[in-house]
Design a protein around this ligand. Sequence first.
Ligand code: TXA
Ligand code: MG
Length: 339
Amino acid sequence: METVVINITTEYERALKESAELLKSGEVVGIPTETVYGLAANAFDEEAVKKIFIAKGRPSDNPLIVHIAKLEDLAPLVREIPEKVKIMAEKFWPGPLTMIMKKSDRISNAVSGNLDTVAVRMPKSDYARAIIESCGLPLAAPSANLSGSPSPTNAKYVFDDMNGRIPLIIDGGNCEIGVESTVISFAESPPRLLRPGGVTLEEMTELIGEIVVDDAVLNKLEEGAVASSPGMKYKHYAPRADITIIKSDFKAFKKLCDSEKDVTALCFDGEDGLLSCPCVTYGEESDGYSQSARLFDALRELDESGAHKVYARCPDTKGMGLAVYNRLIRASGFKIKIL
Ligand code: TXA
Ligand code: MG
């Protein structure tokens, strides 16, 4: 299969027309969002949804997020809309927030991975919402990477993973946020944070009160444990390089890097000039948003540079830092060294 790329910033009408035609006929299209690129298909067409799993090489028990363009599109997907979801949607939609609710009969097991719930998100990206509106369908879409690699934050990375596997990629430039949406479940009370992302725990708690943070957000799941979110039991975001997170100040980090051979540092902006080993930077030390915007690109750059032993500076876990830390501990296979 030939994979066509259309740049929506320069060919807006053509991008919408061709993506709508393919999506309506049950095909899979790579689309930009403000978090990461998605691999989209008609959420109501089970055969189309199955093609996503094949293109990604994704285990079929890992459910997909359904993307909508307007609030009216939510009701047909769910059994009921909990009061707290209405409050959250009012404040954070469109945005990098995915909310899980009991699913309606229209959601197939292919989308929900055999669960009785469905995850829904209204993306902030104008391009993503225009694509959804122009085909007139809710779009099931996981991140557009091959299962196990970092989520793609630009169309080139989607092409690297999906060339020959899907007919069309819509190029909308770089993703603003750079890590996937916050996932929170309202299928239980109090609501449970399953994946930290662009809407922070602090912002949500301020709005709706108590939120339980699932164990898997900060810790490795024990062998055989049942995951609240199936995606959390898979090894994720894993570059080929072997990463260890170093919890220390910069001085101790530098001493460690200087004392060993063949080390590559994954460090904060400005620190690269102070280290003598090869470095890849991932944002400012005090700014979680600049770290999230860089993290997945930095992981891909580590692999492109051929790095094999990587020491990473440890982000703060407050605010947006929680999402950055959550992705980095997975990329490292939970290897953390405290100095
Ligand atoms: O930002 C994002 O969320 C991106 C863009 C494309 O929207 N999408 C994305 O999808 O990251 P994906 O499939 O890579 O991650 C979805 C996560 C998985 O960990 C999955 O297990 C979880 O959400 N999930 C989906 N539906 C669920 C459900 N009904 N119950 C529990 N977890 C669910
Ligand atoms: Mg993913």
